[in-house]
Ligand binder design. Structure first.
Ligand SMILES: Cc1ncc(C[n+]2csc(CCOP(=O)(O)OP(=O)(O)O)c2C)c(N)n1
Ligand SMILES: [Mg+2]
Length: 285
């Protein structure tokens, strides 16, 4: 995105004076920001009634400072914990988390699964670049096996998390996965997630042309996007494929979209019940 206010109607969602972004050339962060602005615009959401919560990492810069709304830029791995508290106390705000794979599924993994289990009304966009990008390319729980990173010089000996499946199994009521190649599908999924009541989660497989590019020998966004295109399998087709056939594939689509009781509403209802019972008891005393 170029900092020319009149050139792009989505420019009004970006905090003034900050473009071009500080993202590396070819980084997927700009695409995610662009798609998010588009989703907000198409849904006609008022950014004044949105709270963006994030942690630490390159992907955490997408909402903060770039998106022009209230932001809570928290510590590494704690975005969902802060967002849960904010969502409970400020239900008038649409609470959205955008952060990296390390932040959300590594250090913040426990917050993630419990927020999903509780079905807290949060929208979470996890940018999965398969690495700790900002800190120079350390292995993440999402790094595929055998990839050589700065902390796995002989190749990663651990399998990668399938974060979208993990979150779906933990109890989230909306879960999807797309890549930065699939911009139209991504905008649609973002709109669905933002419109959903309950824990909604979109895993966005996106390129880190610097740290992960170094790890896998890719230099440009074009190389990454061609690779995403080649390795993507739609969920429906994936269901007919064997584990062996699905090795190295990126399964995309809506993994889950159900209506389940949402945590904050349950919390407000029980609080109301207990406080009116306490008030009645006090009136009898
Ligand atoms: C408690 C704590 N541990 C470690 C760090 C260092 N640190 C900052 S960002 C980061 C990883 C970022 O990776 P990710 O969340 O995937 O974001 P990316 O930069 O890849 O978008 C780490 C390890 C920190 N800031 N705080
Ligand atoms: Mg990362």
């Amino acid at each position: 995105m170029i900092d020319e206010p009149q050139s792009n109607p989505l420019r009004r969602y970006i905090r003034p004076g900050l473009l071009p972004t500080i993202f590396c050339t070819g980084c997927g962060g700009g695409t995610v920001l662009n798609c998010f602005c588009k989703a907000v615009d198409e849904l006609e959401l008022d950014p004044k009634r949105m709270l963006m919560v994030t942690g630490i990492g390159c992907s955490s810069w997408i909402p903060s400072p770039y998106f022009l709304a209230d932001t809570l830029h928290t510590t590494h791995g704690r975005a969902i914990a802060f967002a849960t508290g904010a969502r409970i106390m400020a239900p008038q705000m649409k609470t959205v988390v955008i952060a990296g794979d390390g932040d959300i599924s590594g250090i913040g993994g426990n917050h993630l699964i419990h927020a999903a289990r509780r079905n807290v009304d949060l929208t979470v966009f996890m940018v999965n670049n398969s690495i700790y990008g900002m800190t120079g390319g350390q292995v993440a729980p999402t790094t595929p096996a055998d990839v050589t990173t700065t902390t796995t010089p002989y190749g990663n000996q651990e399998p990668a998390f399938d974060v979208a499946s993990l979150v779906a199994a933990a109890g989230a009521s909306y879960v999807a996965r797309w890549t930065t190649y699939h911009v139209f599908n991504l905008v649609k999924a973002m709109k669905e997630a933002l419109s959903h009541s309950g824990f909604s989660f979109v895993e966005i497989v996106g390129q880190c042309t610097t740290s992960y590019g170094k790890a896998v020998g890719k230099k440009s966004a074009a190389e990454f996007l061609a690779d995403y295109k080649a390795r993507t399998v739609r969920l429906k087709k994936a269901k007919e494929m064997s584990t062996e056939e699905l090795k190295d594939k990126i399964v995309v689509g809506t993994l889950k979209n159900v209506d389940e009781p949402e945590f904050c509403q349950r919390l407000y209802a029980v609080t109301e019940r207990v406080s009116s019972a306490t008030a009645k008891e006090a009136a009898h005393d």
